[in-house]
Design a protein around this ligand. Structure first.
Ligand SMILES: [Zn+2]
Length: 137
């Protein structure tokens, strides 16, 4: 149900923004989704395209583009930064599966590649946001 709430939030934000811009119709919405966001992309797309869009004349014909923002992690001890994807390659299948579903689990399996500390933070790659809106006035 998480995907429904997100899709609704995205659409209501897009509608508010387009009102401010004085748009009559939205033609394109570009969304960014963090790699570490726990979201089922297929469900999210389905809700947007099949449920919310047809109900709303202003957004009915809009093309929705989804782009993934890569996850970046940063060590709190030595400040080294690394990409989430690179790290995933080094894990076995079961480990990377659990991280995919629960990003917090990454602290159990992941270590800073430089100093081996498990104390790191996510600096990029969470959340869903609108990158741009295009439309007709
Ligand atoms: Zn480190």
């Amino acid at each position: 149900m998480h995907e429904w709430a997100l899709a609704e939030a995205v659409v209501s934000t897009a509608l508010e923004e387009s009102k401010k811009e004085g748009l009559k119709e939205i033609t394109k919405i570009k969304l960014k989704i963090g790699e570490l966001q726990q979201i089922d992309i297929d469900t999210f797309k389905f809700v947007l395209n099949e449920v919310i869009q047809p109900q709303n004349p202003m957004i009915k014909k809009a093309k929705i583009e989804l782009e993934t923002e890569r996850g970046i992690l940063k060590c709190r001890v030595c400040e080294h930064k690394w990409a989430f994807k690179e790290m995933l390659k080094k894990l076995d299948e079961e480990e990377s599966e659990s991280i995919h579903f629960i990003p917090e689990m990454s602290h159990i399996y992941m270590r800073c590649p430089k100093c081996k500390s498990p104390d790191f933070e996510i600096v990029q790659g969470r959340g869903v946001w609108i990158d741009s809106i295009e439309g007709e006035k």
